[in-house]
Design a protein around this ligand. Structure first.
Ligand SMILES: [Fe+2]
Ligand SMILES: [Fe+2]
Length: 286
């Protein structure tokens, strides 16, 4: 089989498997028993809130996606409509229910607004060659987002267990965490296959746009960036920002920046995470 159709077949298998093996998590399967709600809320309440918001904003991400990719490959549409969105929405609902059980206000996701920049890109994306640039950016964002999610859920799981809240750790965080690597794998397979097909000018444009637009997952403005900084602090990520940035951007470095030897982590990735930590520190001091 030629290379393109091999990777298409692998992707289709992957999406089928995700759909079969990972149905959206049933709210009734979660044990919300918490022994010390006040401690859990004080330590991780804002982390739950951030994650719930980001998970629930997949509704907006799908709107953005249909703006950005007016004519997506069928496998992308199947992935986001049949696998990804239904799973992520459940993650959001479950995390939000937990924070409400802890006595906190529910998350306030923005589920509908698509920014002007994206609309402009979407208009340009009617040109096929440009749509491929947008698709590549979408896969790169997907990889960074899902990898961040896996790392954050690992740390949250460990932290919640350390507090002795085993019901929540094992029936809520662990099942959510199990669904994220499959999302990452989808974006990784897609990104590798598409990168191999892009022309030099498309690759140049991807690098340039990525440098201008990279942000931590869910951080759409300075306040949300500071919120992410607080999440980093609660999870201990701020103690080794460079390592976190490296893990989040491993495949991106390999694909986009392979020609620059010694560039272990793209500087714009490290910068964005450091900035989030700094914004949070400034806000705390104020
Ligand atoms: Fe998720
Ligand atoms: Fe995910």
């Amino acid at each position: 089989m030629p290379r393109a159709s091999t990777s298409e077949a692998r992707l289709a298998d992957h999406v089928d498997r995700l759909g079969l093996e990972h149905p959206p998590i049933d709210l009734d399967s979660v044990d919300f028993t918490v022994r010390r709600p006040r401690e859990l809320a004080a330590r991780f309440g804002h982390v739950l809130d951030y994650m719930a918001r980001v998970e629930l904003e997949v509704d907006r991400n799908v709107l953005e996606l249909t703006t950005l990719l007016p004519d997506p490959p069928e496998i992308d549409r199947r992935f986001y409509a049949e696998v990804w969105q239904p799973q992520e929405i459940q993650h959001g609902l479950i995390l939000d229910r937990l924070q409400v059980e802890l006595g906190r206000a529910p998350a306030q996701p923005d589920r509908t607004s698509v920014g002007v920049k994206l609309r402009v890109l979407g208009a340009l994306a009617h040109l096929d060659a440009f749509q491929d640039v947008c698709r590549m950016l979408y896969y790169l964002t997907g990889m960074a987002t899902e990898r961040s999610a896996v790392l954050a859920y690992n740390l949250l799981h460990a932290g919640v267990r350390e507090l002795g809240e085993h019901a929540v750790a094992d029936t809520l965080i662990a099942p959510i965490r199990r669904q994220e690597p499959g999302h990452f794998a989808f974006y990784q397979l897609s990104a590798r296959a598409l990168w191999a097909e892009l022309a030099a000018w498309q690759r140049w444009l991807v690098r340039r746009m990525r440098r201008l637009s990279f942000a931590p997952v869910g951080a759409n403005d300075a306040a949300q960036s500071a919120d992410f900084g607080d999440v980093m602090r609660a999870l201990g990520i701020d103690r080794d920002v460079d390592d976190f940035a490296a893990q989040v951007s491993r495949v991106e470095s390999e694909l986009l920046w392979a020609h620059r030897r010694g560039l272990a982590v793209p500087p714009y990735v490290v910068r964005a995470f450091r900035e989030a930590a700094e914004l949070a520190a400034v806000r705390r001091a104020a």
